[in-house]
Design a protein around this ligand. Structure first.
Ligand code: NZQ
Ligand code: ZN
Length: 386
């Protein structure tokens, strides 16, 4: 187990009927005028927009709006948002949506105080010294962005889908009301579960030794996620399953799951290259890549993959390698069962760009913690994922 120093400054307000208090929270912190940032319109259909603006009005918070943040959010929208925020001179951002809206709010919050291009932060040409406060109202549990500092943006001109974050870009406060997620299409609920599981795996399968507490914690999230997503596929209105899945998603990437470990994150790096070129959801790419990555690297830590098989799927046996391989197959079967795509071909992704995507994945250096991956390794993993 590795040393750590953990501080997560986000205040998390969780549960039913909590969105109506957003205006109260903003006013408690003294912010008077906010940017209301959201996506392509789901918040109009499920009443979340009305709830948020009624609450802002009730507490006398002035607001201006920016809509249209797309899934896999893009740099051009960030630039538009920052220009608008500067013109309107807002005090804070109220980000209403999923990872895409929250991620956009983070880079926008830092860029508010910077005269150059927001992408400079991603290229590490500049580092933020402050950022506007962010208030999150989460509408889909998946990324953990409601309680972490990260923001993943696609520079669509340069085909770079990169993550970035700083200690200033944690939301000040996030509201998670699981009940509003009942309007999610089934595939988006599944995406949330797959992203959650993959966040756990990225830390769990990293090769760090003697991580018993962290392993038990991770396995709790894995079991909860696998169980609740199946319930929700049958009954999207099951509040307890929604609440437990939502909490699992937050816990998977608010830093806790990674404590004492080094992390791997190669599958995320590879996925980001796929969705830089193809219009697929982040979690769809993860469902395709993760089992292929597992097959490629499991020999680096057979014991851990065997433990995964035993603790999650109840697979036992003398031969650990056999248990490990069965576990990988069991995970792939689970993905199929919940309707996630497990091969690139399921989203019409052929072999033609595999070499380009492998090169793209390595733009910021080798990937991986369990096994360091070079371009040819990523190429092989993508070929396995066909
Ligand atoms: O745009 P609207 O109309 O709001 O529709 C959204 C969108 O189409 C819809 N939706 C959201 N809440 C809904 C709803 N539809 C009905 N009812 C609701 N309650 O769902 C769609 C997906 O939304 P999006 O925000 O894109 O999903 P997600 O939260 O999965 O975010 C994905 C993005 O986050 C990045 C991904 O790469 C991707 O760009 N990630 C961010 C991370 C972070 N900040 O830490 C880590 C992750 O690994 C990930 O890379
Ligand atoms: Zn993810």
């Amino acid at each position: 187990m590795k040393n750590f120093d953990y501080h997560n400054p986000t205040r998390l307000v969780f549960g039913k009927d909590t969105i109506k208090d957003i205006g109260k929270f903003v006013s408690e912190y003294g912010d008077k005028k906010v940017l209301l940032l959201y996506g392509k319109g789901s918040i109009f259909k499920n009443g979340v927009y009305d709830e948020v603006v009624q609450s802002l009005d009730k507490y006398g918070i002035d607001y201006v709006e920016m809509s249209g943040v797309q899934p896999n959010p893009v740099l051009s929208k960030v630039r538009e948002t920052v220009d608008f925020m500067k013109k309107e001179n807002v005090d804070a951002i109220v980000a209403v949506g999923g990872g895409s809206v929250l991620d956009t709010s983070k880079i926008a919050a830092a860029s508010f105080y910077y005269d150059g291009d927001p992408w400079d932060f991603y290229e590490k040409k500049v580092f933020p010294e402050k950022a506007l406060p962010i208030y999150g109202v989460l509408t889909i549990s998946a990324t953990g962005s409601e309680m972490n500092s990260g923001g993943v943006i696609t520079n669509e001109e340069e085909k770079k889908k990169w993550g970035w974050g700083s200690k200033y870009t944690y939301p000040r406060l996030s509201i998670v009301d699981p009940s509003i997620q009942k309007t999610l299409p089934v595939n988006q609920t599944v995406n949330g579960a797959v992203d959650t599981l993959t966040h756990v795996f990225e830390e769990y399968f990293d090769g760090t030794k003697d991580t018993l507490m962290a392993d038990e914690f991770a396995e709790g999230i894995i079991r909860t996620t696998m169980e609740t997503v199946k319930v929700l596929i049958k009954d999207p209105n099951d509040y307890e399953a929604r609440a437990n899945l939502a909490w699992a998603a937050t816990l998977a990437l608010n830093g806790l799951n990674g404590l004492g470990r080094r992390g791997d994150w190669a599958s995320h790096g590879i996925e980001h290259s796929i969705s830089a070129y193809y219009d697929i959801a982040h979690a769809e790419g993860l469902a395709m890549v993760m089992p292929a990555w597992m097959k490629f690297v499991y020999k680096e830590d057979v014991d851990k993959f065997a433990r995964f098989g035993e603790k999650i799927f109840g697979i036992t046996g003398e031969d650990k390698e056999e248990v490990a391989l069965k576990a990988i197959e069991a995970y792939k079967s689970f993905l199929k069962e919940i309707g996630a795509p497990v091969a690139l071909s399921e989203r019409n992704i052929g072999e033609d760009k595999i070499d380009v995507m492998a090169k793209n994945a390595l733009l910021r250096g080798p990937l991986g913690g369990l096994k360091k991956l070079e371009e040819e390794d990523v190429y092989k993993i993508l070929m396995l994922a066909r």
